[in-house]
Design a protein around this ligand. Sequence first.
Ligand code: ADP
Length: 291
Amino acid sequence: MFWQQIEQEITEKSAQPFKIIHRESVGGGDISQAYRLSGEHRKYFVKTNRKQLAFMFDAEATALSEIHHTQTIKVPRPLTSGTFDQHSYLIMEWISFSGQPNAQTFAHQLADLHHCTRDQFGFALDNTIGSTPQVNNWSEHWVDFWTKQRLGYQLGLCKKNGLSHRLFDMGQLLQEKSSLLFETYQPKASLLHGDLWSGNWAADEYGQPVIFDPASYYGDHEADLAMMELFGHPGRQFFNAYDESFAVDKGYSVRKNFYNLYHILNHANMFGGSYAMQAQNMIEALLAEVR
Ligand code: ADP
């Protein structure tokens, strides 16, 4: 029944009849089940999850569509998202991935995306980072946005999850002092991918850079760059080329840890283990910078 519904959705939304000839599971995702659907003439990539997580797919479809419309860097074109029975789903263009993109092209296209700005920080919808909710209320003040909706949210979860008091207290102190990291730097509200670890970018079959699985919002472009250095690294050439298109402020070398702390706190909340200690060490190092 579910797959019949998907066929019908594809037929309606693409305005062309679609029958699944072959369905294959796709590995590599952390959060959802993923499939390749092959019809007679075209293919789709479909993610499914529990019905309660429909908001996550709606937000991903909105982000993919927003990035697609900038015409700066390739993303899979979303077709539709929805629910059926106990399931939620997201249907998008199938892309045949093949290796790594050219570092310079990727850097210039990502910089072009980051040049797409708004006058406020946030996003039209809340989304998720890994499996954790990510709040995106619009805000005019970046530091306020980041300390409350990013660090503050994760620190609150640390407390709820019973992680060390010291981590929470030091994190709060960092929140209070964080405007000192922005004394000579005023970020723009750039359209970000939001979760740019190396598992979320690749090249398509023609070598074109592709970014996918976004957790988008409008924020400081340095947050995307920092995440690219945290889990996997696109290489020095990438950063040199990026800097040609969008000059990176010299304070980035310190702020990147401020931004990556968010992801490490998220990992501490999702997986526990050594991530809490890593977060504590990062906070200590950052506090030393703002003393
Ligand atoms: P999750 O949200 O569960 O982490 P992903 O969006 O990362 O899932 O997708 C899982 C895997 O599927 C990716 O690692 C990638 O290899 C592949 N993939 C993602 N999007 C597409 C697409 N549009 N076409 C083909 N394969 C894709």
